[in-house]
Design a binder for this molecule. Structure first.
Ligand SMILES: *[C@@H]1O[C@H](CO)[C@@H](O)[C@H](O)[C@H]1NC(C)=O
Ligand SMILES: *[C@@H]1O[C@H](CO)[C@@H](O)[C@H](O)[C@H]1NC(C)=O
Length: 596
């Protein structure tokens, strides 16, 4: 009994490791070195309409014929991230050998029956493109083209020949170009002879620079981009200066006033003036450290948010160091694994926060911390997966990989979160508040609408959003428009700017709120900074409507599904940073007043 259980566990772990590590199918492909006349694999990956980047299908979803239909299809084993991003590499079975020129060799031929003709015609009308890989280098081409005939009617033509121009430097492949040609009219009964040509051309470009051709320098390093970065940076300087000045001067004035009124109170003579004069944040000193409403949710959100701050920084730094954007799916794999391992931080922060407010149900809080972000993302992904299965799309994730992600959560993320919570409760739980909480909550005076929490929350996100929205354009464009995002150094700067702006804005907003004698600052601070993500979501709607040509239920769901996951993460990240800043601020200002 015990033995079989252990065996099962072994199998689970073996699968997990296999799913996470990229496969070791072909050694030459992994070290990218070939001997003369060694076989070079051409992998076919996906096809789909050009305007819908997520609506992709297996290459053989279109009725392309195979070179050796009897042979079992050989798959490349690419790791978790690759599969989650909807890739499935199948060997094309073409006989390409290293440095072996081939001209007009047959792939296969097929005669179009009614169904095949219709499928190809639809695909060409919807601008289907396909993706192939040679030695991990992608090449793209269109399935066919539309041409007007003499009567002015558009007819679909399918390309029947592919030419690969492959340049090599000693024993390594440097560049692959694909040219499609020989269009044939798609009609019932037409016979298609698919052919391919391979030209090997020597090159002097070093292997380390072979990925550069995929990077769109003119797009990403446009003047506007630099300008916006400098702009955001100026904004940061201005804001931090402003915060420093306002707070220093105002707070000093406030302290002086409170000191004066305290002295006056001793005089007993000026009792009336005393009551009329004292107002502002000091009045709520008996309430500011009152536990917030929905403490469990707040602790879980802040814990997850802090975890995401560390996680994102780590992933960006790793990507800068390792140029991971060159490999399919590696960043996603890295993100998922790093999420599991940073769960400790989430648990630590959330456990500490919860314990400081004397929460009693720490197990519930721990469960929520462990599952808040993964659970919501999983729910969205589950919905998208259902749609993808329904469409027979490649974006559907196979069951085994879903299990791998769940196991990763169950065996690594969850225990680490539990350990983090326990340690956080023990080491990070001394309240250490400068003022005691009064027994009876004070009433909150009715203030102007612009001092109400919701107004402060909505206004709070504007500046942080302003500091990142140009970068959002570049991120969205690379994600939805087949561009490789490679400026991770830039992204790191933008993230830092975002964090600084969020901190400044939250501090100012919290000051206003407390001055209006409203002591519900915890959720307001969280909401104020998290609303950045609300604006990003609005921007994404604008982007969808005016900057993309996506159509159909499938792509719309995927667009908004992915955007929601992103905005959710951003909201937690910003909210947690805002909350931490506000908490530090509140503690600092009340430390210097006497809280009788
Ligand atoms: C392959 O053909 C091209 C011209 O089409 C030629 O320049 C190249 O040297 C040939 N390569 C080999 C290895 O023969
Ligand atoms: C591929 O195309 C680019 C741009 O058209 C060209 O500069 C390069 O030399 C081509 N490479 C090969 C191997 O033909």
């Amino acid at each position: 009994m015990e033995h079989s259980g252990r065996l099962e566990a072994c199998r689970v772990w073996a699968f997990l490791c296999l799913a996470l590590l990229p496969g070791l199918v072909h050694c030459s492909e992994k070290n990218h070195k070939y001997e003369d006349r060694e076989k070079v694999n051409l992998w076919v990956n996906k096809v789909g309409p050009y305007n819908n980047p997520q609506e992709t299908y297996n290459y053989y979803y279109l009725p392309f014929c195979k070179r050796h239909p009897a042979l079992k299809a050989q798959h490349s084993w690419g790791g978790l991230g690759e599969v989650l991003q909807g890739n499935e590499l199948i060997n094309s079975q073409l006989d390409i050998v290293y440095k072996g020129n081939t001209t007009g060799a047959d792939i296969c031929s097929l005669t179009l029956d009614e169904r095949k003709a219709k499928v190809f015609e639809d695909a060409i009308r919807r601008q289907y493109w396909f993706e192939l890989f040679v030695d991990d280098l992608p090449v793209w081409g269109f399935v066919g083209e539309l041409k007007k005939d003499d009567a002015g009617v558009e007819r679909a033509y399918i390309y029947t020949s592919k030419r690969f121009d492959i340049s090599y430097n000693k024993d390594r492949i440097i560049q692959v170009n694909l040219t499609t040609a020989d269009p044939v009219l798609v009609a019932v009964g037409a016979k298609l002879n698919f052919r391919y040509t391979v030209n090997w051309i020597p090159s002097k470009t070093p292997f380390s620079r072979r990925f550069e051709r995929y990077l769109d320098y003119t797009f990403f390093e446009h003047k506007i981009h630099w300008f916006s970065l400098v702009n955001s940076f100026m904004m940061v300087l201005f804001l931090t200066g402003l915060v420093a000045i306002i707070l220093m001067r105002t707070l000093r004035k406030d302290y002086a006033r409170y000191a004066r009124s305290a002295a006056d109170a001793l005089d007993a003579e000026s009792l009336e003036s005393d009551f009329s004069e004292e107002s502002g944040w000091k009045l709520v000193h008996g309430d500011v450290f009152r536990p917030p409403r929905h403490l469990t949710l707040l602790a879980a959100s802040v814990g997850t948010g802090v975890q995401l701050v560390f996680l994102c920084t780590a992933v960006i730094v790793l990507t800068i160091a390792g140029s991971y954007f060159e490999e399919r799916g590696t960043i996603l794999t890295c993100f998922i694994i790093a999420y599991a391992f940073t769960s400790f931080i989430g648990g630590y922060v959330s456990g500490g926060l919860y314990a400081r407010h004397e929460g009693r149900q720490w197990i519930r809080t721990m469960l929520m911390t462990a599952s808040l972000f993964p659970g919501l993302c999983f729910a969205i992904a589950f919905g998208l997966n259902t749609i993808a299965i329904f469409y027979h799309s490649l974006a559907a994730v196979p069951f085994g990989y879903i299990m791998a992600v769940l196991l990763l959560w169950g065996f690594i993320s969850f225990p680490l979160c539990l350990i983090g919570t326990v340690i956080g409760r023990n080491w990070n739980s001394i309240p250490n508040y400068p003022c005691r909480v009064k027994r009876i909550p004070s009433p909150i005076p009715d203030k102007h609408w612009y001092l109400r929490p919701w107004a402060i929350c909505m206004a709070g996100g504007l500046l942080p959003f302003g500091s990142i929205f140009i970068e959002m354009y570049f991120v969205f464009t690379s994600f939805w428009n087949y561009k490789v995002y490679y400026i991770y150094g830039f992204l790191l700067l933008v993230v830092l700017i975002l964090l600084v702006v969020t901190v400044c804005v939250t501090i100012v907003g919290t000051y206003f709120l407390l001055n209006a004698e409203n002591y519900h600052w915890q959720w307001t601070a969280f909401g104020m900074s998290a609303s950045t993500s609300f604006y990003v979501f609005l921007y994404s709607v604008h982007y969808f409507l005016f900057k993309t040509k996506m159509t159909g239920l499938f792509q719309t769901c995927f667009y908004f599904g992915y955007t929601s996951m992103f905005c959710l993460g951003l909201a937690l990240l910003c909210g947690a940073v805002g909350y931490m800043a506000a908490a530090a601020f509140v503690r600092t200002i009340y430390r210097n007043v006497k809280c009788d």
